[in-house]
Design a protein around this ligand. Sequence first.
Ligand code: NAD
Ligand code: UDX
Length: 466
Amino acid sequence: MKVIKNICCIGAGYVGGPTMTMIAAKCPHIEVNVVDINSERIAAWNDINVDNIPIYEPGLSELVAETRGRNLFFSTDVDKAIQAADMIFISVNTPTKTYGVGKGMAADLKYIELCARQIAAVATTDKIIVEKSTLPVRTAEALKRILDNTGNGVNYEILSNPEFLAEGTAVSDLLNPDRVLIGGEETESGRLAQQALVDVYANWVPKDRILTTNVWSSELSKLTANAFLAQRVSSINAISELCEVTEADVDEVARAIGADSRIGSKFLKASVGFGGSCFQKDILNLVYIAQSYGLHEVADYWEQVIIMNDHQKRRFAKKIVETLFNTVSGKKIVILGWAFKKDTNDTRESAAIYVVDYLLSEQAEIIIYDPKVSAERIFSDLEYLNTRTNKENRELVTVVENPMLAFADSHAAVVLTEWDEFKSYDWKQIYAAMLKPAFLFDGRMLLNHNQLVDIGFQTFTIGKGQ
Ligand code: NAD
Ligand code: UDX
């Protein structure tokens, strides 16, 4: 039996940070070192004021305050943490490749390989390596070959332990997961390694929720879970478009089908399109893997989920332009929400980026408010698209800290993230400040549209006939 006393996690991002904080909180007997090459990020994790940690998640700063300096440490000294660890989690980013073979589809594994090579170069004692990042099926094989061929002759066991937390609810997801999945090699030493990780989670997760499988099933389950979840959103979004032309109401349809226990009620909220760093990237990766095995029908089936999502974002933006008398040039449009969902400051692949880019191409004047996203982040998201120069983006876009000051003389308000605070705004006051007719586009079905119509707004909501 192997007892884990020291854990290293490479990658202090949205997964590494919260996951390791929970392990440290629930396993005070284990020292947890989270390391990253990004020194700014590490400095933010170590900020004296825990409210300045780099990731906003409800409940996270309190947990960091409890554990940091006790058995949780953040550092840029990757080698030292590798040396000291019994178990090393790799939690680095695996973005879609932007170059070469598989460009725009395959996962870029260069950061994973760099970690493996660094571990091999540094480690002088046996290690259990845990794939925490989301990886293509059979990555463990490549990791093992790198470690075994470039290492110092020490023994490595590789486990797959994908993370299923969702942003905005990371702390409660980690505290009370539906399941923890641990894939290991079907050998004696593989089973011992698997058990060592089961024992870590068993400090707070009921044993019947800790699933063990072979490595390949575990790796593939992560891509599959995200594909199924995203597919539900694209499915209900496809129906939302049909609702808009038939006067069916997508919320009512979702409630009706969700009451069927075989379908279930979760993940049936129609929206302006899913965002986030995972869904698109992981489906593209699944499509690429299927293609590379020659499984073209399988690839096409899953690709449709992305095609539908792109369509949903575009048609929402198009609807705004059409409704505003087919031109938004020079018109002031207020955007409420930039994060890809509420309760996070993460904006990766947020639908807001694409909707605003479309409106900017139509020369709209855009004012953006998000309670947790900085102006710097918003401009860098727009710049990354490369649709126009940064100077042009800055001429057309203003980011405000007080949304109430944004609405004066605006033609339209557009809700793109479902932040709760938008519901409590004084919409009468907002209406009074706007030009008439005052339009409101709700990409999240968030607001009470009967009330808004009573105030005088012309409203459009996803999935409802007008
Ligand atoms: P992230 O970009 O927030 O964090 C990754 C971190 O790894 C960065 O801070 C980066 O500097 C660091 N890093 C990269 N290479 C390094 C190296 N060689 N040495 C040290 N540090 C290095 O990414 P994330 O959102 O935390 O995602 C990490 C992985 O987890 C991805 O594979 C992702 O698909 C998966 N995942 C993410 C989520 C999520 O909600 N974000 C959920 C489940 C799984
Ligand atoms: C997702 C998975 O849920 C999680 O298990 C995995 O570990 C990482 O990827 P995340 O992307 O953080 O998590 O958030 P999620 O709640 O899944 O939302 C993803 C996107 O789908 C968001 O833009 C959200 O607004 C959208 N969504 C979700 C809908 O539009 N409708 C829904 O019913 C659910």
